[in-house]
Design a protein. Sequence first.
Length: 256
Amino acid sequence: MKQIRHRHLIHFQLIQLSLIHTFYILINILDDETINQIAAGEVVDRPSSIVKELMENSIDAGATSVTVDIKDGGLSMIRVTDNGRGILKDDVRLAFLRHATSKIKSADDLMAISSLGFRGEALASIISIAKVTCITRTKDFEYGTRVESENSVIKSSQIGCAQGTIMEVNDLFFNQPARLKFLKSEKTEFSYIQELVQSFAIANPSIAFILKSGNSIVINTTQNTDLLTRISQIYSPGIINEIKDVNNNRNLIIKK
């Protein structure tokens, strides 16, 4: 009888411990990969989000030519190639870390931001939900650097390449297939990318932009064009006749 009571007592204590763990949630410190995937949900919701981040980096790097290659609406591949300053070989791996950026150095810089991006979260987020390859070279080095990342694991090697940067993103959401359900058709996803590239091209007539979908060239603009010429390159020459200039010479008074 004593042994039976003892067993019942142990069983009752185990139930109590189980209830304690049920009602008192333990606090866990998340690993870097989980943190990056959570951040990716805020930065990357569809292929066009990646194109935006990479094109902003190209423009901030002083590129005068940016080419965007897309396959399957950006799900299979996104490649952004530019002729900008490139990334120093010692800094390439750092660029993939969270909150690592060349755009700012301290909180004081937040009041004088002149770049399109500055948080340093995009690449770390992208490599957590896609397979990424970066090839880059600065003008001061004879060889470039190739960096490959999968599941936030980074490896680098030396490679011959032109000055600038090539960022290639493959198999978007390969490790988060549930997120694919929230995407639209490949045609629709590409239309978002096309609209984005058109906006960048109109806002930056000094930069040549090319957008490809598979083997087809969808957008092809030349460098250093005036705004009207750029608009005609993106849409059609006939649209120029429908556009009217709007000038505002009134002095604006800003009240503090």
